[in-house]
Every structure is written in C-alpha cells, then in structure tokens.
Design a protein around this ligand. Structure first.
Ligand code: HEC
Length: 118
C-alpha cells in the first residue's frame, strides 16, 4: 500500500468502526431503530417490559403504568420525547439522561403505542 492509500484508508476505517459501534447500540440487530429494544434496555427495569409497572422496582417507585394512558396516547411524539427527558423522576437516571435523539425518537413511538394499549 502506498502512503497515500494509508492516509485515505486510515481515517475512513476509524469512522466506519465508530459508525458500526453506534449502530449496534441503536439498532439492536434489527437493521432499523427499534423502540421496543431501547425500552427494554433503558426503561423496562422501572416501567416493566410491558409498560404495566409489573416489576418490583416499578412497584417500589409507585410508577404509573404507561399502558392505557389516555394523556400520553394523544400527545405528539415530540412532546412525549420532551416529557421523557423532562420527567423529574428521570433526572438522575443515566439510562434516560444518556438517550441520544435517535433512540429517544424511537422509544417515544414505542411509548405512544404502549399508551394506546389496554
Ligand atoms: C429508575 C427508574 C426509571 C427508569 C429507568 C425510567 N423511568 Fe420513566 N418514570 C419513572 C418514574 C418514577 C416516573 C414517574 C411516574 C409517576 O409520576 O407516576 C416516570 C415517568 C415516566 C413517564 C411519564 C408517565 C406519565 O404518565 O406521564 C414516561 C412517559 C416515562 N417515564 C417513560 C420512560 C422511558 C421511555 C424510559 C426509558 C428511556 C424511562 N421512563 C425510564 C422511573 C423510571
């Protein structure tokens, strides 16, 4: 390989690697953003995988179920995303504070679907 090739290939390889790592976290293997996977990884320990507050942690925290929540169900996705970030109970929860915009958007869609369920 010539020096020129190395100069071109080097940085690109790093960018690709970082891209692949990022995608692995966000996409969880499905090939697209998956709100359910984000929820399971970042939210379920408190809200329950089903959103029904069916975990010991959720009961201890007295979390309201996300399922069958008429207020959430009619909110715009952007407002649900804001509400997730702004919730007073989330301010010291790393798995919420660290959410990037793509995962936040995906999980907002999932939360809205949960809220419409009974
Ligand atoms: C450490 C526990 C914990 C984690 C992790 C957590 N939450 Fe919460 N969440 C709470 C608590 C406690 C409340 C306040 C519940 C209440 O007021 O009834 C809350 C409130 C909410 C609300 C508002 C509910 C409503 O009816 O207004 C939404 C939406 C929500 N969480 C979504 C999420 C999402 C999405 C995630 C993951 C990205 C997440 N939460 C992660 C504990 C947690």
């Amino acid at each position: 390989m010539t020096a020129l090739c190395r100069r071109i290939a080097g940085p690109h390889a790093i960018v690709l690697l970082i891209g692949a790592l990022g995608a692995g976290v966000a996409v969880a293997g499905s090939g697209r953003l998956d709100g359910a996977a984000v929820f399971k990884a970042r939210c379920a320990r408190c809200h329950g995988e089903s959103g029904k507050t069916d975990t010991a942690a959720a009961r201890a925290l007295k979390v309201r179920p996300l399922v069958d929540d008429a207020k959430l169900a009619q909110m715009a996705l952007a407002d649900i995303a804001k509400a997730i970030k702004a919730d007073a109970k989330h301010q010291r929860v790393d798995s919420v504070v660290d959410l990037d915009d793509a995962d936040l958007g995906a999980v907002a869609v999932f939360v809205k679907e949960l809220a419409k369920k009974r």
